[in-house]
Design a protein around this ligand. Structure first.
Ligand code: MTE
Ligand code: MO
Length: 372
């Protein structure tokens, strides 16, 4: 059993798949803290978790043509300036189960919890690439990452990002060795993972083994044959994966974490809580909440840290305390976020449905009963 050596997990996690391990925290735990505690940070593994020895670990950084490769130990990585940033990581499949409810899709049935936030620390990728002799060249190029996890045929997890993002110090792409002040937990990539702020989870390669600069995107299945968006009209007979770009920056997102769908709330006053985030460093500027299915709206209070313009890598938690309109027996609670480009979320799933169930960011809806 290739999974026999997987680590022990926190019992509060809701498991979507045991082998490989995929799990999300329950919504009310997710927004209890701005920084998600490591043991309940969502986990998305495609393969068994490798058990790597930090003493013998080496990161292979392929040099430009004619230059030597670097083989960096953990101590070598610690010699680069240590950079710390708070970054929200979201899987492209977050909230997929809402798409499934509209029409069947292929993929793990994530609810609203395939998203979490941590303070990551490590070396900046641009510093490591520069040390290896790389420069930002004119031609379009990509930085390819390979994990040390692999399937029975020896194929490793892989992904890539554009070289321009990797070399941009303002993009703050990290080779992270710490998560919330601790060495990375095994499930989250021990000893080193990539953190690409503002970009879909799939590019944050864990158990990083190799970094190279290539003229083309990674040839990995997960770069080329997955994690792409399509028209609702495309099905498995007609899909052409080469026709769509790989998902990098994600669209604006928000969800209600309290109360939960189907719950009963007290009459009088209701407290609604949730999270909001947008990709590409775009800050969330507003969250609108409705108690009547979207007929009327109230503006929620944004908690947590102010965001740096164009570098808003982390989510905002939000809440709204609102009177329950007298005589109401039920509430249709809805939330939607607005980012600083004034991007908004679509009101329903139908126009954004896609066969893989990715990029699910329609208004989040929760139906509750009110005690008389
Ligand atoms: N890296 C490796 N090596 N193997 C993987 O299976 N999964 C990716 C990414 N990096 C993956 C990986 C996906 S799809 C996501 S959403 C994130 O890791 C999840 O990171 P987490 O498990 O730390 O939350
Ligand atoms: Mo993912």
């Amino acid at each position: 059993d290739p999974y026999a050596d997987d680590p022990i997990r926190h019992p509060a996690l809701k498991v979507n798949s045991q082998r490989p391990f995929n799990a999300e925290p329950p919504p009310e735990l997710l927004t209890e803290n701005y920084i998600t505690p490591n043991p309940i940070f969502f986990t998305r593994n495609h393969l068994p978790v490798p058990n790597l020895d930090p003493e013998t670990y080496r990161l292979h950084v392929v040099g430009p043509p004619g230059c030597q490769s670097l083989f960096l130990s953990l101590d070598d990585l610690y010699q680069f300036p240590k950079h710390e940033i708070t970054v929200t990581l979201q899987c492209a499949g977050n909230r997929r189960s809402e798409m499934t409810r509209f029409k069947e899709v292929k993929g793990l049935a994530w609810n609203t919890g395939a998203i979490s936030t941590a303070c990551w620390a490590g070396a900046r990728l641009c510093d490591v690439l520069a040390k290896a002799g790389h420069r930002l060249c004119e031609t379009e190029a990509h930085v390819c990452f390979e994990g040390l996890d692999s399937d029975p045929t020896g194929t490793a997890y892989g992904a890539s990002i554009p070289l321009a993002r990797a070399m941009d110090p303002e993009a703050e792409v990290l080779l992270a060795y710490e998560m919330n002040g601790q060495p990375l937990p095994r499930d989250h990539g021990f000893p080193v993972r990539v953190v690409v702020p503002g970009v879909v989870g799939a590019r944050h390669v864990k158990w990083l083994g190799k970094v190279s600069v290539e003229p083309e995107e990674s040839y990995s299945h997960w770069q080329r044959r997955d994690y792409k968006g399509f028209s609702p009209s495309v099905d498995w007979d007609t899909v052409d994966f080469d026709s769509a770009p790989s998902i990098q920056e994600l669209p604006v997102q928000s969800a209600i974490t309290e109360p939960k769908d189907g719950e009963t709330v007290q009459s009088g006053e209701v407290t609604i809580k949730g999270y909001a985030w947008s990709g590409g460093g775009r800050a969330v500027v507003r969250v609108d909440v409705s108690l009547d299915g979207g007929l009327t709206w109230q503006v929620a209070e944004l908690d947590g840290e102010e965001q740096r313009p164009r570098k808003a890598w982390a989510w905002r938690l939000w809440q709204l305390q609102a009177p329950v309109p007298a005589g109401k027996k039920e509430l249709n609670i809805v939330c939607k976020a607005v980012d600083d480009s004034y991007n908004v979320q679509p009101d329903t799933v139908a126009p954004i449905w896609n066969l893989r169930g990715v990029l699910s960011n329609a208004w989040h809806r929760v139906h509750v009963r009110v005690t008389p």
